[in-house]
Design a protein around this ligand. Structure first.
Ligand code: 5GP
Length: 201
């Protein structure tokens, strides 16, 4: 069996990444989930080893120094990073792995593993993004403006991604990402054994 795909999805805060990835996981129940390490505190019912590996900043920095983290970034003052070994184990075991990373995180992972498929999730418009950020009700007016200006900077990085999907609806965005994954599986490099086997008949 060939390696599974490593699919990294990024997009600005409020674009609906979490919901789209949740829908994709329902559609692709065999896909693997990378559990990130973070220095942020657990929220609500979050448990260590389920949503994240919750670590202190010192522990996180030791993981980086020990080469256990394949990419990491800081977001709102906390570290977030992808543990290397589980990612390789899942991918080499033939599982497609879906990751939800910051924009620099996706680009760093692609640098490390050229075969990473990077997908940028785009809001339909800034107006829609603002509505979604306001609708969450968790951000003050100032923070909404800050997130919107950050979003512009992130969207400027979209040309570095392999694919762009606009989140007009969760269903459509998840369908488009599943289609990208199907097409990636059909790439010649992934099918070359089948071609060779046929030619050897
Ligand atoms: P939250 O604190 O809301 O759970 O996550 C904040 C952000 O961290 C999300 O936008 C998510 O994309 C990003 N993130 C989560 N895990 C990782 C990781 O392992 N690496 C990077 N670069 N970003 C991550």
């Amino acid at each position: 069996m060939g390696n599974g795909l490593i699919v990294s999805i990024s997009g600005p805060s409020g674009v609906g990444k979490g919901t789209v990835i949740e829908r994709l996981r329902e559609m692709l129940p065999d896909s693997g989930r990378s559990i990130s390490a973070t220095s942020r505190a657990p929220r609500g019912e979050e448990k260590d080893g389920v949503e994240y590996y919750f670590r202190t900043r010192e522990e996180f920095e030791k993981m980086i120094a020990d080469g256990e983290i394949v990419e990491y970034d800081q977001y709102v003052g906390n570290y977030y990073g992808t543990p290397l070994t589980p990612l390789l184990t899942m991918s080499q075991g033939g599982q497609d792995v879906l990751l939800d990373l910051t924009v620099p995180g996706s680009l760093a992972l692609k640098e490390k593993f050229d075969e990473t498929v990077t997908i940028f999730l785009l809001p339909p418009s800034f107006e829609e993004l603002r509505n979604r950020l306001v609708g969450r009700g968790t951000e003050t007016e100032d923070l909404v403006e800050k997130r919107l200006s950050e979003a512009r900077g992130e969207i400027e990085k979209a040309p570095k991604f392999d694919y762009v999907v606009t989140n007009r609806s969760v269903e459509q965005a998840a369908d488009e990402i599943a289609a990208i994954m199907l097409a990636e599986h059909c790439r010649y490099q992934r099918r070359s054994v089948e071609v060779d086997t046929l030619l050897a008949e």
